[in-house]
Write a new protein. Structure first.
Length: 565
């Protein structure tokens, strides 16, 4: 555990007063979804159904049947539909699953039988509710060893891989034929391309690694420090630390051993530059002739001598792809562009982790501009939000005289708002699904966190944190803390709280907290969950996208950070 500063131990009460800085009014509020909270009776019934499915060898399914082209439905046997014009075999839903769908959760999705109306509109002003649910279902399946499919993944015949890939592809092409969907739901669209199976290489390696590490930490609490490292700043050295962690286990469950070994293999693949470059080039060559500039940029990335050059070409390729998407109605090519865009974002994250920031403030701000452009192109920021951030940065870069400390500080404060803006966009895009899934399984609250920390926001937030410390240093900004002037204390989540000071000194304190929701808690180390508290003090972990900060913001808990140095 990290050391708690001594001066904290001398105080019994603390008041957190955090200043919000700049305000931001979301343009999304005019189209805010109508959310109906499931009743306690509905939630209890739904949880019971899910618990039963998880241990049922057939999960949410009743049986497997053949669905023939002429409309016949036949028992499962070889070539059953040969005399009926061909057909497809897949599972049919059980009475329990049908009941769960009536309650609001459409789990166990089989794309071969998926029916979609793009005009579907359950709530006024909000369409595509079934589509908004798919990423939440996939998230729980990924982090909970199959979730409702825990026992049913080996249920023979429930799906045929080839049929699922074809059906997933057809569904995405149907969506991509709707120009308004692309323009109005780009963030949702990108997530659908990630989670709907449509080719054999559709997995996002960075997300797989994050979710496997989360599952490991839930199965074995001693893996928690490594989970925090993987979710924050993993490196090639992380692989050796996982191997050492395995070596400390005198006995280890087969399930944990298999997950750890898979995690090691995925990390080794992630840090193999040659393999990653080959995959990007392969995907880029599927594009049409008008995308040759993208192909050339991806090839330049593979040939780059430095990580800085690689990042430059990756961002350029992402921006070019977004422009091409906006100018084309070719659904097939647009799907290929979106596939490549997802791979490029994963590559951006990997490359950005290994780059040292330049010494010049102007060069750092140029890096910020590039990351902002990629973030907007990937759908995390709107064009208006990008404009409001890029304009003051460009003004600073064009100045021939040194920028004032006040202007510099205002610029950084605006950058600090980006995670909250993007978080708001994600919550808006998936509002209805988040509403019902969080009621069913509290782990769904981490879905937003997962998206943020798997995005281009991660390196952008790390640079913003560096600039914030730099701004405080050059402006001489300090904080008044218990009457003492400190230059290493700052607020991240706005709010006022007063309560008894409690300090976590061990992992067990975090798992079984002995304090209540009216206390203010010092957290000297990361934790995978956050308990109710009036306020939080974290030691050293100041990144706006660190796990604790996102959890605190989600729960509306005021939070200040104390830099260890």
């Amino acid at each position: 555990m990290k050391q708690v500063p001594n001066y904290l131990l001398n105080y019994y009460f603390i008041i957190l007063i955090l200043i919000t800085g700049l305000s931001y009014t979301s343009s999304l509020s005019a189209q805010a979804p109508f959310l109906k909270i499931p009743s306690s009776e509905v939630i209890i019934e739904a949880k019971k159904i899910v618990a039963d499915m998880r241990v049922n060898l057939r999960g949410p399914y009743e049986s497997v049947q053949w669905f023939c082209s002429d409309g016949s439905v036949l028992a499962p046997k070889s070539n059953a539909c040969d005399k009926h014009g061909g057909g497809k075999q897949h599972a049919v839903f059980s009475a329990q699953r049908k009941r769960l769908a009536q309650l609001g959760w459409h789990v166990g999705t089989i794309y071969t039988s998926f029916k979609l109306s793009l005009e579907e509109n359950t709530y006024v002003g909000r369409k595509h509710l079934r589509l908004r649910e798919l990423p939440l279902e996939k998230y729980l399946i990924d982090i909970d060893d199959g979730w409702i499919l825990h026992k049913a993944r080996s249920y023979r015949g429930r799906v045929q891989l080839e049929d699922e890939l074809q059906a997933g592809r057809e569904l995405l092409l149907q969506i991509l034929q709707d120009e308004s969907f692309i323009n109005e739901n780009f963030l949702l669209l990108r997530e659908l391309v990630r989670v709907i199976p449509h080719h054999t290489e559709s997995d996002d390696p960075t997300r797989n690694i994050r979710r496997q590490s989360q599952l490991l930490a839930e199965l074995d609490k001693s893996f928690e420090p490594l989970r925090a490292e993987i979710h924050g700043q993993p490196s090639q050295h992380t692989i050796n630390r996982i191997k050492q962690w395995i070596g400390t286990k005198t006995s280890i469950q087969l399930q944990i051993q298999n997950i750890a070994n898979t995690l090691i293999m995925e990390l080794e693949s992630l840090y193999n530059v040659k393999d990653r470059s080959h995959k990007l080039i392969k995907l880029s060559k599927k594009l049409e002739k008008s995308d040759q500039l993208v192909v050339q940029t991806v090839q330049k990335n593979a040939q780059s001598g430095t990580q800085e050059e690689r990042l430059f070409h990756i961002i350029n390729a992402i921006v070019l792809l977004r422009k091409a998407l906006q100018q084309s109605l070719n659904a097939t090519v647009n799907l290929q562009r979106l596939d490549l865009m997802g791979e490029l974002e994963a590559e951006l994250l990997t490359v950005a982790r290994s780059i040292q920031l330049p010494a010049s403030r102007n060069e750092i701000l140029k890096n910020v501009l590039q990351l902002l452009q990629a973030t907007q192109a990937l759908g995390w920021l709107s064009s208006g939000e990008l404009n409001s951030l890029a304009t003051p940065i460009n003004k600073v870069l064009l100045q021939t005289t040194p920028v004032s400390a006040q202007v510099y500080r205002q610029l950084i404060r605006r950058l600090q708002l980006v995670p909250a803006w993007v978080q708001g966009s994600i919550k808006h895009s998936f509002a209805e699904a988040l509403n019902v899934y969080q009621a069913l399984d509290v782990r769904s609250t981490q879905f937003v966190d997962d998206l943020l920390r798997s995005s281009s926001l991660m390196p952008l937030a790390q640079i913003t944190h560096h600039l914030m410390l730099d701004s405080a240093q050059i402006s001489g900004t300090t904080s008044s803390f218990f009457g003492n002037t400190e230059d290493h204390v700052w607020g991240l989540n706005p709010g006022i709280a007063r309560g008894k000071l409690q300090i976590i000194t061990s992992e067990n304190d975090a798992i079984n907290p002995a304090f209540n929701a009216h206390d203010i808690v010092v957290i000297p180390n990361t934790t995978s969950t956050l308990f109710p508290a009036a306020g939080i003090i974290t030691i050293g972990e100041g990144n706006p996208l660190s796990h604790i900060q996102i959890l605190a913001r989600n729960l509306g808990i005021p939070n200040i950070v104390i830099n260890e140095s």
